[in-house]
Design a protein around this ligand. Structure first.
Ligand code: SAM
Ligand code: DTB
Ligand code: SF4
Length: 332
């Protein structure tokens, strides 16, 4: 399998960057070939692509908040918030706008540039959308970028979000179309693609990625990257989550992936989506500083910043600030 190193990915692209035209179409075989490269070659290529498009010492930081927690109708096998999973999570109804804005103000003071508000919904009801629109307007007024992740959108809802000034909508493909049904049965991957299409249509930036370590094969991982990279255009933000195995979910005993496989996934995302922010997402709390540095070297240039993700932990801000200082990274 080591016969293909640099050639496959750069066949129709610039050898210096491995990138190529904006409408480059990737095949699963090409991305599998990236995965199969010697790690040092892969990291070198990822760095070349990264440096041709970004300042490699800058990392964008978003703070997450769960504005509506638990009790979700969907059966996503990894999620603490599904009503069908027997987790210890306490349900919480939609937060008051003022409390959300107060949390955003703190996140800004601590150095986050974007505030991402998540709700455990299959999708928002129109009456639920109104307070969320107010949250978006008020967080934006603080001078922060805004992101929401609310599930599937119905007709007209994306327009309302755009009118409120929303910068990013997060809606992950989560896993390869072929593996999707083994993780989630209450909606299809096509449903997710439809919502992403709605978001695109109204000009909101797309944040879409997936989860690694749910028992999928390397081919599934490569196919997920291909699906994201072949979107026209690819998502502006691509979160790569390392599964947080949550007790009480069907994924509680998932074995996860080897660290280097995760790093290879980041590199594959970077090389195939040269202009996108690749986000080192869930799972960072369990990663050493060296592992995180390797992810940045592979081309990750954004992350979640703040002591909590949605329902699980994240490194605390002091630890992240110390890591940035050690690595000479600058937040943007
Ligand atoms: N309900 C909305 C949805 O599904 O899009 C928004 C919230 S949902 C929790 C957002 C994303 O968090 C999921 O798409 C998934 O990628 C990620 N996520 C959830 N639980 C996770 C876990 N245990 N480990 C890693 N990522 C997880
Ligand atoms: C994304 O891709 N990961 C974030 C954000 N987008 C919404 C969520 C991670 C959730 C991890 C598990 C939890 O805290 O519940
Ligand atoms: Fe969790 Fe979102 Fe799935 Fe609901 S739709 S179970 S919140 S990932």
């Amino acid at each position: 399998m080591n016969a293909i190193p640099q050639t496959a990915p750069s066949s129709s692209s610039s050898p210096a960057t491995g990138s190529g035209p904006a409408d480059r179409h990737w095949t699963v075989a090409e991305v599998e070939a990236l995965y199969a490269m010697p790690l040092m070659d892969l990291l070198f290529q990822a760095q070349q692509v990264h440096r041709a498009h970004f300042d490699a010492n800058e990392i964008q930081r978003s703070t997450l908040i769960s504005v509506k927690t638990g009790g979700c109708s969907e059966d996503c096998g990894y999620c603490s918030q599904s009503a069908r999973n027997k987790t210890e999570l306490e349900r919480e109804k939609l937060m008051a706008v003022d409390d959300v804005v107060a949390a955003a103000r703190i996140a800004k003071e601590k150095g986050a540039s974007r505030f991402c508000m998540g709700a455990a919904w299959r999708g928002p009801k129109d009456k639920d959308l109104e307070p969320v629109l107010e949250m978006i307007r008020e967080v934006k007024a603080l001078g922060m970028q805004t992101c929401v992740t609310l599930g599937m959108l119905r007709e007209g809802q994306a327009e309302k979000l755009a009118e409120a000034g929303l910068d990013y909508y997060n809606h992950n493909l989560d896993t390869d179309a072929e593996f999707y049904g083994q993780v989630i049965t209450t909606h299809t991957q096509q449903d997710r693609l439809d919502t992403i299409g709605e978001v695109r249509k109204v000009g909101i930036n797309v944040c879409s990625g997936g989860i690694i370590g749910m028992g999928e094969s390397r081919r599934n991982r490569a196919a997920l990257i291909v699906q994201l990279a072949n979107m026209t255009p690819p998502p502006e933000s691509v979160p790569i989550n390392n599964l947080v195995a949550i007790p009480g979910t069907p994924m509680a005993a998932a074995k996860g992936v080897d660290n280097f496989e995760f790093v290879r996934t980041i590199a594959a995302a970077r090389i195939t989506m040269p202009s996108s922010f690749v986000r080192l997402s869930a799972g960072r709390e369990a990663m050493s500083e060296e592992m995180q540095a390797l992810c940045f070297l592979a081309g990750a240039n954004s992350m979640f910043y703040g002591d909590k993700l949605l329902t699980t932990g994240n490194p605390d801000v002091d630890r992240d600030e110390a890591l940035f200082a050690k690595l000479g990274l600058r937040p943007i």
